[in-house]
Design a protein around this ligand. Structure first.
Ligand code: FNR
Length: 303
């Protein structure tokens, strides 16, 4: 997996399932992350070949709920992102999916209380030994590239120090979300502090934060020195943000997203949540379309 000069769809819970990943790739994303999945959940799953859809499904034992679905078409670009606080469990979980994906990434930036209280996500940022343990264990035992995604620490000096320690574990790339743990999504991403990490590391750094238009990609590249750029909300609101030809009307993208959700039998909750986010950004959930989406219970209703 080459991490240089790539456009990357960011991991997004409930959003980054197969239809959005395929759509983003069609518009120009080179690497597409799945939503974060917690290792505790993964170790309770089976890997199932779904001949009907032509997919590989990771299915929760007992419930038949699809936790992760991928297909051969995205094999060389899909990144499986995991939430973990423990090297042994992380390895066991990663072994279930590692042959079906292009890389395994560890989320070290999630500020939600659920993650922090479980010692996952941003809780790892203050535990360099645990980070080292998790990343080296995965590196030693998997043939799949291993990466991680962090947030900025209190000072740029601290971020660079941590990034250097992460680089030493042998990761293939490091994604840096240019916000600190207490920052809100509306706070501007600190591209200058991502630049400090890029300057200090040899391993590719994927810069993330506040890319909403294709032109922003060159701006963040110039500001950070990173050659690879990761986009979250910009892609959620309009996945054609990756297209060098410019964004398509969002209604067109929305239709294609629903079509793909049906084709790949996406989980209704995921399609519904993603559509609501798109509509809230561009229009209003109080309008008839938004109300109809809220009422929908099946993919057919959503269509
Ligand atoms: C996220 N983000 C996120 N990050 C991560 O590492 N794992 C995840 O599962 C999620 N989930 C998620 C869901 C949604 C709906 C959003 C909007 C964001 C954070 C995301 O990957 C990214 O780091 C930030 O959103 C900053 O990038 P943008 O939005 O400024 O491009």
């Amino acid at each position: 997996m080459d991490y240089n000069n790539k456009l990357v769809l960011a991991p997004m819970v409930r959003v980054g399932t197969l239809p959005l990943r395929l759509l983003a790739a069609e518009y120009g994303a080179d690497i597409t992350y799945g939503e974060e999945i917690i290792d505790h959940k993964l170790v309770k799953c089976d890997r199932i070949v779904n001949d009907y859809l032509g997919t590989i499904d990771v299915v929760e034992k007992g419930t038949q709920s699809v936790v992760f679905r991928t297909c051969p078409e995205e094999h060389n670009r899909v990144v499986f992102q995991m939430g973990t606080s423990d090297a042994v469990r992380a390895l066991k979980a990663a072994q279930l999916v590692c042959n079906d994906v292009a890389a395994v990434d560890i989320n070290m930036g999630c500020p939600r209380s659920f993650s922090i209280s479980g010692g996952m996500g941003a809780a790892l940022l203050s535990k360099p030994e645990t980070i080292h343990d998790i990343l080296t264990t995965l590196k030693r035992n998997l043939n799949t590239p291993v990466t991680c995604k962090i947030r900025l620490l209190k000072t740029s000096h601290d971020t660079v120090e941590l990034a250097r320690q992460i680089e030493k574990t042998g990761v293939s790339a490091l994604a840096v979300h240019g916000r600190k743990v207490p920052d809100r999504p509306r706070d501007p991403a600190k591209w200058n502090e991502i630049a400090d990490v890029v300057a200090a590391l040899s391993v590719p750094v994927i810069a993330n934060g506040d890319v909403f238009d294709y032109e922003d990609i060159q701006r963040i590249k110039n500001a950070t020195g990173a050659s690879s750029i990761m986009v979250a909300r910009g892609a959620l609101w309009n996945a054609s943000v990756f297209s060098p030809k410019g964004k398509l009307p969002w209604e067109e993208v929305k239709k294609e997203y629903v079509r793909k959700s049906i084709l790949w039998d996406n989980e209704v909750k995921s399609t519904k949540h993603t559509l609501k986010e798109m509509i809230m950004h561009h229009s209003c959930l109080e309008f008839p379309e938004g109300k109809a989406v809220i009422k929908s219970e099946t993919l057919v209703d959503l269509a």
